[in-house]
Design a protein around this ligand. Sequence first.
Ligand SMILES: Nc1ncnc2c1ncn2[C@@H]1O[C@H](COP(=O)(O)OP(=O)(O)O)[C@@H](O)[C@H]1O
Ligand SMILES: [Mg+2]
Length: 260
Amino acid sequence: MATHLRLENVSKSFGVGGAAETRAIDDVTLDVEEGEFLAVVGPSGCGKSTLLQIAAALIAPSGGVVRLDGTAISAPPPSMVYLFQQYAKSLFPWRTVVDNVAFAVEHRKGMTSAAARAHSRSFLEMVGLADSAERYPWQLSGGMQQRVAIARALAAEPRVLLMDEPFSSVDALTRMELHALVQELREKQRFTAVLVTHDVDEAVFLADRVVVLSARPARVVRSIATELPRPRDNIDTREDPRFLALRHELLAMLLKRPHG
Ligand SMILES: Nc1ncnc2c1ncn2[C@@H]1O[C@H](COP(=O)(O)OP(=O)(O)O)[C@@H](O)[C@H]1O
Ligand SMILES: [Mg+2]
């Protein structure tokens, strides 16, 4: 398969030249294949969000380049959608749920308002929120708001979906439901995905490959193909000996315990 998204010798420092210069990323090269689901894990504060924002061209690297289909990018490409960690803040409180989704669709896909609303409703149905379409985001639970954000991201039908710890603020059961949902939508849409997370189980469950970053400044320490059969099941897969072995290996690395 062809490389879809490439980070090439990317580095990033904040506050360069000042007393508080912070080196966040140190020479990271990553190739994400067309249709691949890549998870990036690493300790808190190591530079994961910075790396993802660079991948989306939301911030510029200090060194190196980001390529989409081989072409260097310097602004967020229309084929890319970024799912922020603080999803609640990314929803418009004065728009209904369906209008929050439709707004993104109109802008990205150039549909008429009526077509965008119909398209949005079908995605709200997929995430189980058809009945909440006319409510406002603040009338929904955290898990429901996150499903709105996911519906909005996927209704835009991105070729690349970048996600920064999108499930970290929902309860454990909702999180598993959202994992199943993302997997299902990915089977349908075949987008390329990069998921940044500190949750090893989530990384192994969703990804084709897990990249481990070092403590700051982030460097790539390991890249491990998960090779678990799909579709993955929230109960069976999480008990699969191969799942547990990968989880063990990754946790040992992140917790810096000797392997075994
Ligand atoms: N805009 C910024 N200005 C200065 N320092 C920043 C900025 N953004 C991030 N950092 C620093 O870069 C490092 C990596 O941050 P971040 O990418 O958010 O880590 P992670 O997402 O892995 O927790 C941290 O030390 C953070 O304080
Ligand atoms: Mg972060």
